[in-house]
Design a binder for this molecule. Structure first.
Ligand code: ATP
Ligand code: MG
Length: 152
């Protein structure tokens, strides 16, 4: 299992990051927005795979770099997977991203989400650091929430 340290969690394989994502999915609620930040290959998409698995959504997770937004699950509860890698900060609100944020029946996870974090009121932030070939440090924090905890 992933190693827990006071300043983050270390995973040593993609599988460990998937299992961490599965665990994290238990803390998610409708209307949540999750910002995922970190270098190329940091493990953001891999982590989202675990979240989708943990939410019991049976859809393949693909990097949405070209489509920008993917929807997994059904209308009554779905996950929006957004990837802002290719967009410049001033282009993001032209794609109508607001339609995918704080939706009453969805959670939203945004790769390269730091590009919009200054424009959104509350979100869970996850930062991925690439330490070694297969080692990642994953830090969780809460922004703009009161009385909210992340249990892992
Ligand atoms: N501990 C680990 N956690 C996550 N992925 C790992 C780990 N060790 C190795 N990997 C590998 O690193 C790669 C992570 O790729 P992934 O697509 O998840 O990154 P990403 O952060 O989404 O990158 P991008 O910014 O390009 O979208 C995968 O090939 C995965 O197998
Ligand atoms: Mg990715």
């Amino acid at each position: 299992m992933p190693h827990k340290f006071s300043n983050g969690i270390y995973t040593r394989s993609a599988e460990e990051t998937i299992s961490l994502g599965m665990k994290f999915s238990g803390t998610l609620a409708k209307k949540d927005v999750v910002v995922l930040e970190g270098a190329l290959g940091g493990g953001k998409t891999t982590f989202i795979k675990g979240v989708v698995k943990g939410l019991n959504i049976k859809t393949k997770v693909l990097s949405p770099s070209f489509t920008l937004v993917r929807q997994y699950g059904k209308a009554e509860f779905c996950l929006y997977h957004i990837d802002l890698y290719r967009l410049k900060e001033d282009e993001i609100f032209n794609i109508g991203i607001e339609d995918f944020l704080y939706s009453k029946d969805a959670v939203t996870m945004i790769e390269w989400g730091e590009k919009i974090e200054d424009c959104i009121p509350s979100y869970i932030k996850i930062v991925f650091s690439l330490l070694d070939n297969n080692v990642r440090k994953i830090d969780f924090s809460l922004k703009g929430y009161k009385n909210r905890k992340i249990k892992l």
